[in-house]
Design a protein around this ligand. Sequence first.
Ligand code: IPE
Ligand code: IPE
Ligand code: MG
Length: 245
Amino acid sequence: MTENLTIPQHIAVIMDGNGRWAEARGKKRVQGHKEGVERARDVIQQCGKMGVKVLTLFAFSSENWKRPESEVSFLMNLFITALSREAKALNKNNVRLKVIGDVSRFDEKLQKTITKAEDLTADNSGLLLQIAANYGGQWDILNAVNTALSKREGSVADAPLTQQELEDNLITAGAVFPDLMIRTGGEHRISNFLLWQAAYSELYFADHLWPDFGVDALMEAINDFSRRQRRFGLTGEQVESKGTE
Ligand code: IPE
Ligand code: IPE
Ligand code: MG
């Protein structure tokens, strides 16, 4: 089953289903988030081992602020403890951590924890781990447009914005776009994740709730990805002849 695996350069994951995982066990929803951190660690390790270049994990969306205050504050504290606890191990494993999202809305303590972990791992050359927190795809695009416009000077000021200018100012600038986007938890939607960047991602939906999504399930997703033909608008025949050139 694992022969001829194509390892995606960039895997993006919508880690959904923590609350339902906990509720099914008669636990509080937040226990699912705690367990979810463990699965994130497993997946990060496995991606590092396989030589994946970029892993993006959706941890908190710009819409998740609308959840009950107690759940939001639990999640904020969980970020702080998980980031402080894991930063050293990530560094040891040559992982470069980047938090993508509007971090200005986080309290000072969390912002400091993020900066510290990012600074510690900044020079690492292994896996780029992007944690999407207070991230929204619409925010990302709008922010990129406004940032690009603000950088313009002189004669180009009134020219139409180019695709390159926009992409250079996305929060993920510099990273390849996701080849494979996985969503756990059984829902078939993007929920405002990497809207621009996912234009040609292969989508994979798993019924596993995130705390049940282990290395085996990840390998199943990669195996499924390996069997797909990515056409990027070409015909299947064109893609095949390119491959044999
Ligand atoms: C995903 O799990 C984690 C976050 C959105 C923070 P959920 O908390 O959405 O779990 P379900 O979907 O309610 O089961
Ligand atoms: C998406 O999950 C966001 C994260 C996994 C962080 P949600 O649970 O917030 O998505 P919806 O609301 O069901 O679409
Ligand atoms: Mg959910």
